[in-house]
Design a protein. Sequence first.
Length: 257
Amino acid sequence: MKHIICLVLALQATWGIADQQAQKSPGHSGLGAILAAKDRTAGDIKRDERSRPDVTLKLLGVKSGDHVFDVFAGGGYYSELLARIVGPKGKVYLHNNQAYKNFVGEALKARMAKNTLKQMVQHDREVGNLGMPAGGLDAAMIIMSFHDLFFDDSENGWPQIDRDDFMGQIYRGLKSDGRFMIVDHAAATGTKDTVSKSLHRIEKGYAIKVIESYGFKLLAESTALNNAQDDHSKSVFDKDMRGKTDRFILVFEKTAK
């Protein structure tokens, strides 16, 4: 039954302003071929079902030759797909701080050990200095981790991030028309960021408000990862929730301040 519900949700995903943006985004005729590439790992292919890169990457609009920064990239699932899209003339920064490297364990090492894509560069930096080239990025993204900017968990190795500085770095790193995408776990309406530590979720409307306050405007969104069966009361690490949370996809464009 759960599989049927997920299929219906995917088929009924409403694109809204995303339709217009996707039509204008070049360079995606080969996205299907990239996802179907025989040299992708079985684990990455399996993850496609729950992460829907066919939706997210099309919405972001990355194309050949672009430079992209994958913030808190973890094991590099998205970074590798981006590297295949941008090609040898582009560049993908696979970023992690030490806390994230500890979290992903051997997954990142395994990917980089077999990496043949020279345009995908492992970029280990702490959040105080992400090392973004000023005005050199076509796009940046944070997948399932934007909520991590909103809590202090110093006892477990995650001190409070200076959000103003962090978002300022992203803004300055992007070109004048650069795009910024987040995908995150949805929290209940009205909770804002109050469950970001306990449940690892953030309210969609609040996330939009915060990001737009840093000089971005909402450009596109999709409901392809929505799950109406998620009541937003459980942690994303709950055994019944892993890979099944209600998630939102938002793409912003840098605006002149």
